[in-house]
Design a protein around this ligand. Structure first.
Ligand SMILES: C[S@@+](CC[C@H](N)C(=O)[O-])C[C@H]1O[C@@H](n2cnc3c(N)ncnc32)[C@H](O)[C@@H]1O
Length: 185
């Protein structure tokens, strides 16, 4: 784990805007992020996986490695993710291109992306792509450090989203809230 922290902070110094977090997610936040996964979830896609702080909990929730695609833009993080999670489909790619994933039964997208620092037009591509990829009833799970929903109002409106939140994790650095977005009926 300390190797992961060194890698995380090294990449944070190089790409502060793209990483936009002062530390990897805590175990408490990771547990909240995977709390929606159950036997009916099917395939899972994680976007913005970093050094895998949430990934290990996705697998711990019972998702088979073959059913998990891990999407991360940073090549150094991808090399680490491939070593840590053999059998998972690790992709070095932009989360705007989720349509490229060869998946047909995705029930949940788990996102560690720094959405608040991502421009609205890129958010639109990512969120629309996530809901196009997921089967009906799919859940997009996203944490945020801010006080408002992390997806911009225009994007929520255009994709037709509603949401609920889970209790804030105070022992995360900084404290974070998990949002579960679904399409309105
Ligand atoms: C805040 S870190 C989260 C890392 C990890 N999920 C966690 O919770 O500790 C955000 C990650 O998103 C990645 N990222 C940012 N924009 C991306 C994009 N458009 N597509 C894929 N990954 C992206 C960054 O490289 C970084 O690893």
């Amino acid at each position: 784990m300390s190797g992961n922290l060194g890698l995380f902070f090294g990449q944070l110094l190089r790409n502060p805007k793209r990483i936009s977090a002062i530390a990897p997610s805590s175990k408490g936040l990771a547990r909240k992020m995977v709390s929606q996964i159950d036997a009916d979830t099917g395939e899972v896609v994680e976007i913005g996986a970093g050094t895998g702080a949430i990934t290990r909990f996705i697998l711990g929730a019972g998702v088979a490695p073959a059913d998990l695609s891990i999407v991360e833009m940073n090549p150094e993080f991808c090399t680490r993710l491939q070593a840590l999670f053999p059998g998972c489909d690790v992709r070095q790619m932009d989360a705007q291109n989720l349509a490229d994933l060869p998946r047909s039964n995705v029930g949940t997208v788990i996102s560690g992306l720094p959405l608040l620092s991502i421009p609205e037009e890129i958010q639109q591509n990512i969120i629309q792509g996530a809901f196009d990829l997921m089967r009906p009833g799919g859940k997009y799970v996203q944490f945020t450090y801010g006080p408002k929903p992390p997806i911009a109002p225009s994007v929520r409106e255009s994709v037709g989203l509603e949401w609920r939140t889970l209790p804030k994790v105070w022992l995360n650095l900084p404290p974070a809230t998990t949002y579960i977005f679904t399409k309105k009926a």
